[in-house]
Design a protein around this ligand. Structure first.
Ligand code: UDX
Length: 436
């Protein structure tokens, strides 16, 4: 370690789930000594042994490379005594009412004593207004809202190359806010200095807007199917307008994951609890739910009744490069297919262990070809790159009926059709004898 690294501000991290671990690893990579705590002893023990169970590209390497600067403990007092800047990264899952569950945040706050030394930096996604409440509970302690904008699968890259970093603080906490901003100053993204409730809203509004774009393009795709247009062309043509831009206009069988469904609903409820009916978000959520189910009618169009038909799901995770099954479209889709009387078999390159207990009655197969063997139809649920390279001609001969519904418009329709398949995507013309 050189002298400049030794002099870097120590950073504390509370909660080493996915966000906390990425935060800890990336600050260590930037040269900061990091002390991170978690209430789960086994997690802390395995992290101290250098083992991680989270599937996130580049994370294990970063933790190994910077292990001398990283320390994991179950004692929050260790973090408090060694660091001044405390990044709170505990999870805020939805409650039964759909509001964010702040019990873990409250547990952390209860462990802290208001003092003038520490700065509480909220990374977890919390409803707007939470910061104000915590500031009242911890008078004298500086509070900064610094929401995370990390995408699973590219979280390390997102942290180290941010589009923007949002730093929200009350005027009296401006010095603390500047300290937090300086941690990110070498990374290049614009630093948005604002007050706490606006920072909280930037996070919720960003995710709600992105989810809105997805539901919008999904509805456009559904109309394209009615009028014979190709949504890929439509999205490309739209995206060239610089006011619209090309991103997040990929149609599919719905968004999932730990953030979008939860945050969209939390914003809708936050609005409702504050007396405002957020009508648009109701539609965004409903369109997404219906989109997961539309595959069923695409299958019945080709197969008639699904009773006794075998349907193979290719991919289960909510998106590629992760084993995360939270709110994955495959959960609703497989339950719907089973509800129609179909047998469901599935393969995912990394998410099968996570999926097994969530998908009772779904048979897991070790390879994509094994899942396809003897099936009446396949549905591409997650766009794992390896599915593009599959031996589709071989797959066609293994299936009872070579029919594929490409739920992510991921495959080259002509290639798959050339291999013997009837192909149908989302919002684009199908290819094959019985789709013409
Ligand atoms: C998201 C946000 O992008 C991130 O900023 C936030 O902090 C956490 O939530 P993540 O959940 O990892 O990140 O996934 P993301 O890559 O954004 O995709 C979310 C879902 O939207 C996936 O199910 C994906 O398949 C779907 N999606 C995305 C589409 O259906 N169409 C698109 O055009 C883009």
């Amino acid at each position: 370690m050189n002298t400049s690294e030794q002099s870097k501000t120590p950073v504390g991290v509370v909660g080493v789930g996915w966000v906390g671990l990425v935060t800890a690893a990336c600050f260590a990579e930037l040269g900061h000594p990091v002390v991170a705590c978690d209430v789960v002893q086994e997690k802390v023990d395995s992290l101290n042994r250098g083992e991680i169970t989270i599937h996130e590209p580049g994370l294990a390497e970063l933790l190994a490379k910077n292990k001398e600067r990283l320390e994991f403990t179950t004692e929050i007092n260790e973090v408090l005594s060694r660091t001044k800047l405390l990044f709170v990264c505990v999870d805020t899952p939805p409650t039964y009412s759909g509001d964010a569950d702040l019990s873990r945040v409250r547990a952390v706050v209860a462990d802290l004593k208001a003092d003038g030394d520490h700065v509480l930096i909220m990374k977890s996604t919390v409803p707007a207004g939470t910061g104000e409440t915590i500031r009242r509970d911890l008078p004298g302690m500086a509070y900064v809202s610094c929401p995370e904008f990390l995408k699973e699968g590219t979280a390390v890259k997102d942290f180290l190359n941010p589009d923007r970093v949002v730093v929200g603080a009350a005027p009296e906490d401006r010095t603390a806010a500047d300290e937090v901003a300086s941690l990110y100053s070498s990374l290049g993204g614009e630093i948005v200095m604002t007050e706490v409730s606006s920072a909280e809203m930037i996070k919720l509004a960003s995710n709600a807007y992105l989810a809105t774009r997805i539901s919008f393009i999904n509805e456009i795709a559904n109309v394209c199917e009615e009028v014979g247009a190709d949504v890929g062309e439509v999205a490309r043509g739209m995206g060239l307008d610089e006011r619209i831009g090309p991103h997040f206009l990929r149609p599919g069988i719905g968004f999932g994951g730990s953030c979008f469904p939860k945050d969209v609903n939390a914003l809708k409820l936050l609005a409702g609890n504050s007396g405002y009916h957020f009508q648009l978000l109701n539609s965004v959520i409903e369109v997404n739910e219906l989109q997961k189910r539309r595959v069923v009618s695409k299958l019945t169009k080709h197969l008639g009744s699904l009773v006794g038909r075998r349907v193979a799901l290719l991919g289960l995770a909510f998106k590629p490069d992760t084993d995360d099954m939270r709110e994955a479209s495959s959960l609703v889709l497989s339950a719907r297919l089973r509800g129609e009387g179909a047998e469901v078999v599935a393969f995912d390159p990394v998410a099968m262990d996570q999926a097994r207990s969530l998908l009772p009655g779904v048979e897991m197969r070790d390879t994509a070809l094994a899942a396809l063997e003897g099936s009446d139809a396949a549905v591409l649920v997650t766009e794992w790159p390896e599915f593009r390279e599959l031996d589709w001609a071989g797959a066609a001969t293994l299936m009872r009926r070579p029919l594929i519904i490409d739920g992510r418009n991921f495959l080259d329709a002509n290639v798959v059709h050339g291999a013997g398949f009837t192909y149908e995507g989302i919002g684009r013309p199908g290819v094959g004898a019985d789709t013409e």
